[in-house]
Design a protein around this ligand. Structure first.
Ligand SMILES: Nc1ncnc2c1ncn2[C@@H]1O[C@H](COP(=O)(O)OP(=O)(O)OP(=O)(O)O)[C@@H](O)[C@H]1O
Ligand SMILES: CC(C)(CO)[C@@H](O)C(=O)[O-]
Ligand code: BAL
Length: 355
């Protein structure tokens, strides 16, 4: 739940982040009142949707948005509809105070850099009552309510393991887009299937919005930044690079002329198999066990699996790996946020077309 201790009310009763001009808008009405004049004065508005727990990946999207738009709205909303009933809604990291401190710091950076059209104008932090005016429909697969579903892409890969995920994402994004009425929306390539779902929704519902995809921000060792990485703890964090390494191995196979699924995807699978064998040879108090959910080599537009990459079109290599809770925890061992539950890592690499 967003706390209000790190914001203040101005003389006019407007809530702002401290030492900044960033408005905090907590309801649909407040956002609409803020938005109206910018339609009249034809200033461009960008939306960067997030679930908070901000990291450099989010900040890179905000920087891109500020470069190209007069106003940037960052939404911070942990949308319950995209969490399955057995997923981590209750423990999802909520770091409002740190998030707003990052936004204020970034806004100053944007102001000091002369290359930006705009800055962060507002943080939209609505309540679930506001976002689901008929009442929250529930997290079950057969919940009844008003939903946006984008199929078949939303049923593949992530959608197979998380059957309500893309329905929840598309529904909340449709709501956010209708509320904010952005000219441009910014999403990260880290969630590549999400970008395909959002682009399909914008196309199929004729939404007058440009979808901009920002590159994946990584830690120095290659791990894609993700809010859920806080669950890992030290032992699993050191092994979590297996997925990015596996995808990199498959990309190398493509770059060396490999085109068949068995060659390209096979390079990733082999790296994961070898890494797991290495871990399993270690003692329980040292090792990290993981399960591969999928390694996909898919069409860049539909995310349907490919038998071979057409070099004129390229493809998307993506994967999900579940890091299991550590065995035999050691005295004082850092197990990660919320006691170190199983963590699903996702990552991807775009195989670029070659002439
Ligand atoms: N490493 C990253 N690089 C670029 N964009 C990112 C990165 N991580 C997240 N994003 C993007 O930020 C936006 C908000 O994502 P979200 O708040 O879910 O963060 P997250 O790190 O993906 O969290 P989670 O761990 O729950 O998946 C999405 O468009 C997402 O793709
Ligand atoms: C796009 C999004 C903010 C919708 O809740 C979420 O799926 C995310 O953070 O990627
Ligand atoms: N980063 C996408 C949001 C989710 O996995 O729930």
């Amino acid at each position: 739940m967003a706390s209000s201790c790190s914001s203040s009310l101005s003389a006019g009763g407007l809530e702002k982040l401290p030492a900044s001009s960033i408005r905090v808008l907590r309801s649909v009405d407040a956002l609409r009142r803020w938005r109206r004049p910018h339609t009249l004065d034809q200033r461009s508005v960008a939306l960067v949707p997030t679930m908070g727990a901000l990291h450099e990946g989010h900040l890179s999207l905000i920087r891109a948005a500020a470069r190209e738009n007069h106003h940037v709205v960052v939404s911070v909303y942990v949308n319950p509809a995209q969490f399955g009933i057995r997923e981590d809604l209750a423990s999802y990291p909520v770091t409002w105070d740190a998030d707003v401190a990052e936004l204020v710091r970034l806004d100053r950076e944007l102001a000091d850099d002369g290359h930006n059209l705009g800055r962060i104008s507002a943080v939209f932090a609505p309540t679930t009552a506001d976002m689901y005016p008929a009442g929250f429909p529930g997290q079950e697969v057969d919940s009844k309510g008003s939903f946006v579903t984008i199929t078949p892409v939303g049923e593949l890969l992530e959608g197979k393991t998380r059957p309500t995920f893309f329905r929840g994402v598309a529904t909340v994004c449709m709501k956010l887009f209708n509320i904010v009425q952005p000219d441009r929306v910014y999403f990260g390539q880290k969630d590549v299937q999400q970008t395909v779902v959002i682009k399909s929704m914008v196309r199929d519902f004729m939404l007058p919005i440009e979808v901009v995809i920002g590159p994946t921000t990584r830690a120095d060792d290659g791990l894609a930044l993700s809010s859920r990485n806080v669950y890992l703890g030290e032992r699993r964090r050191s092994v979590a690079t297996v997925l990015s390494k596996a995808l990199r191995a498959a990309e190398e196979a493509y770059k060396s002329g490999g085109r068949d699924r068995a060659v390209v995807r096979g390079a990733a699978v082999k790296l994961l198999d070898d890494a797991l064998a290495t871990q399993m040879a270690l003692a329980p108090e040292k090792r990290v066990q993981f399960e591969v959910d999928y390694i996909s080599l898919a069409d860049p537009d539909t995310m349907e699996e490919l038998k071979a990459v057409d070099p004129a079109r390229g493809g998307i290599l993506s994967g999900a790996v579940k890091m299991l809770p550590v065995e035999a925890p050691q005295e004082g061992e850092d197990l990660g946020h919320s006691g170190g539950p199983a963590v699903r890592l996702i990552d991807n690499i775009i195989l670029k077309p070659v002439a």
